[in-house]
Design a protein around this ligand. Structure first.
Ligand SMILES: C[S@@+](CC[C@H](N)C(=O)[O-])C[C@H]1O[C@@H](n2cnc3c(N)ncnc32)[C@H](O)[C@@H]1O
Length: 336
């Protein structure tokens, strides 16, 4: 391989065509190709039979993926796993659900990026006719994939977050928009004296309950169904929201934060876990996730200054930003 730096033309061409590889990974995930070769490499013909696909076309898909290190073709023309292909196995925390979700609703919504930039409105609503979380509550299969994708995409942030931020002194943690429960489970396991409340929409709570029970935390973590646009559960001395605030506009965040402000004690803590946008040209995944927020739920990633403004408007003081080894930081606040 040449160690020559790619030219601007090569670089931009690679970016322009990057959806080719993204879409190919999506199809591989959909067909469960990694699971089919998990125990032994298989030919495209065998895989075509197992996946009800056209053998030559499937071979070409596998060959292209193998050319970038996803699957590997041996001398007998059989395709086997590589470390990257292993990430597509159908196991907890893998990237399979991320690939499924990104190649489906996300991809279709990103197709509307021009509309989003022209109007400032989400592409998802334009394609699917309603906001993403309303749509997910009517589509249980996709909602399950969404939950699993959150773990696949943001999973490593959880450990980093509980190591970087000291939860000592918190007796009752409310995880607002706690999703599938993996985040609060990790916090409660690290802090055995702490109790928790997971708050999310009714359909999500049904799934979270099972995960909390499986983690042996049913007695330490209550689940409450509701909407953070209507209220927040009382009783916590800390209110945590990971990847909630970035889903919403400043006005919607104001409503969410105001509901928490009403119930949080004077000595309570607000913990928002998000990526904090850095200035100007600094490369940062958050700048792309920010566009994903524009396209899907209609929210945004924010700078420190923007967090200070939404905190202050809702009656919170931003006390400190604790970085973690991952992209996210813990943006701590207290009521004023
Ligand atoms: C991006 S996910 C984050 C989930 C979880 N906090 C995590 O970090 O994995 C956003 C969560 O907000 C929840 N949510 C969306 N609208 C809500 C509402 N109106 N009230 C409560 N939860 C809501 C969704 O169901 C979903 O679980």
């Amino acid at each position: 391989m040449s160690d020559k730096k790619p030219t601007p033309r090569q670089q931009i061409l690679q970016m322009i065509t990057s959806y080719w590889s993204a879409t190919s990974i999506h199809v591989a995930a959909k067909l469960r190709l990694a699971d089919h070769v998990k125990d032994a490499p298989q030919t495209a013909d065998t895989l075509a039979m197992l996946t009800n696909t056209q053998p030559q076309a499937l071979y070409r898909l596998l060959r292209a993926l193998s050319s970038v290190g996803i699957f590997e073709e041996d001398a007998a023309g059989r395709f086997g796993l590589t470390p990257m292909a292993e990430c597509l196995l159908d196991v907890h925390g893998s990237q399979r659900a991320v690939a499924l979700m990104m190649g489906d609703e996300h991809y279709r919504s990103w197709g509307e990026l021009l509309y989003c930039v022209q109007t400032g409105k989400p592409g998802f609503d334009h394609v699917y006719g309603k906001p993403i979380f309303d749509w997910l509550s009517e589509h249980p299969e996709e909602a399950n994939i969404f939950d699993a994708a959150m773990t696949g995409f943001h999973g490593p942030e959880t450990q980093a977050m509980i190591e970087a931020y000291d939860y000592a002194g918190i007796n009752m943690l409310v995880d607002v928009g706690g999703g599938n429960g993996t985040v609060i489970s990790a916090v409660l396991k690290k802090n055995p004296a702490m109790k928790g409340i997971l708050y999310d929409l009714p359909n999500v709570i049904d799934r979270a309950k099972k995960n909390l029970a499986d983690a042996g935390l049913a007695s330490r973590c209550e689940t409450i169904a509701g909407s953070f646009f209507e209220s927040a559960p009382a009783g916590g001395d800390a209110y945590q929201m990971r990847h909630i605030i970035h889903d919403w506009t400043d006005e919607q965040c104001h409503t969410i934060l105001t509901h928490i402000r009403k119930v949080i004690p004077k000595s309570g803590k607000l913990l928002v876990i998000e990526m904090v946008i850095k200035p100007r040209n600094e490369p940062q995944p958050a700048k792309w996730l920010d566009l994903n927020m524009l396209v899907l739920p209609g929210g945004k990633e924010r700078t420190e200054a923007e967090y200070r403004v939404i905190y202050a408007k809702a009656g919170f003081d931003l006390t400190r930003i604790v970085p973690t080894p991952t992209e996210v930081s813990v943006i701590e606040g207290k009521p004023v």
